[in-house]
Design a binder for this molecule. Structure first.
Ligand SMILES: [Zn+2]
Length: 217
């Protein structure tokens, strides 16, 4: 079951696990006993966090459990505050491998059907590093797109561990949240690809205007 958390890209999964400090092996794209054990450890910690901070609807759970562990903590606390305010919110998207991001990028480009929904290629979004999530707000089962309920969710849900896309200067992305890690995306990408940590248990925040510069959501 845990093998399916991050899709079928083993290299991507090993980078997540190694950055989390759970995988001592090489990032070689080969599934072996060390990768397997790291997944079990990751999954156990995920269950501990869920037990401590509460669980949500199935879609939210599927997305939450594919985030890095400190992001899981931040997102669960966030969701609890938003739901306590009476907002019908779910996490509708979270971690995407580079391949999945590239597939999304091609939508609406190069003659492909659909609307363009991202400006980021693989490795250009914090979703690719398992530290970002997108919120969907619903009313009577219908997905809401107007700004007001998203502003309200941020008002009640944010804390110092989280950065919100609605605070960006150039392009406001109200459904978008991410773990504050105090690093530029190029630094996060370098560390992720090397399997080095890019977040702490207590991650510092960064100036949102600065951190959003040159970065696609
Ligand atoms: Zn997003």
């Amino acid at each position: 079951m845990s093998e399916r958390l991050f899709g079928s890209d083993v290299t991507f999964q090993q980078r997540i696990l190694k950055s989390a400090g759970l995988y001592p092996g090489l990032i070689d794209g080969l599934w072996g006993p060390l990768t397997d054990a790291a997944f079990e450890a990751f999954f156990e910690k995920t269950e501990e966090i869920a037990e401590e901070l509460g669980t949500f609807d199935r879609r939210t759970e599927r997305n939450l459990t594919a985030l890095q562990l400190p992001a899981q903590r931040a997102a669960r606390r966030f969701m609890a505050r938003v739901l306590a305010d009476g907002i019908d919110a779910r996490i509708i998207s979270a971690t995407r491998s580079y391949d999945e991001q590239n597939t999304l990028f091609r939508q609406g480009r190069f003659g492909n059907p659909g609307h363009r929904i991202t400006k980021a290629r693989g490795g250009q979004s914090r979703h690719n590093f398992a530290i970002a999530w997108d919120l969907g707000i619903f009313e009577g089962g219908a997905y809401l797109q107007n700004a007001a309920p998203y502003d309200r969710a941020a008002e009640v849900g944010l804390d110092e561990a989280i950065e919100w896309g609605g605070h960006w200067q150039s392009f406001q992305d109200r459904p978008h949240y991410r773990l504050a890690v105090g690093l530029r995306i190029s630094e996060v990408r370098e560390r992720f690809e090397a399997g080095e940590p890019y977040f702490g248990e207590e991650a510092p925040g960064v100036d949102p205007a600065e951190s959003a510069a040159g970065e696609a959501p």
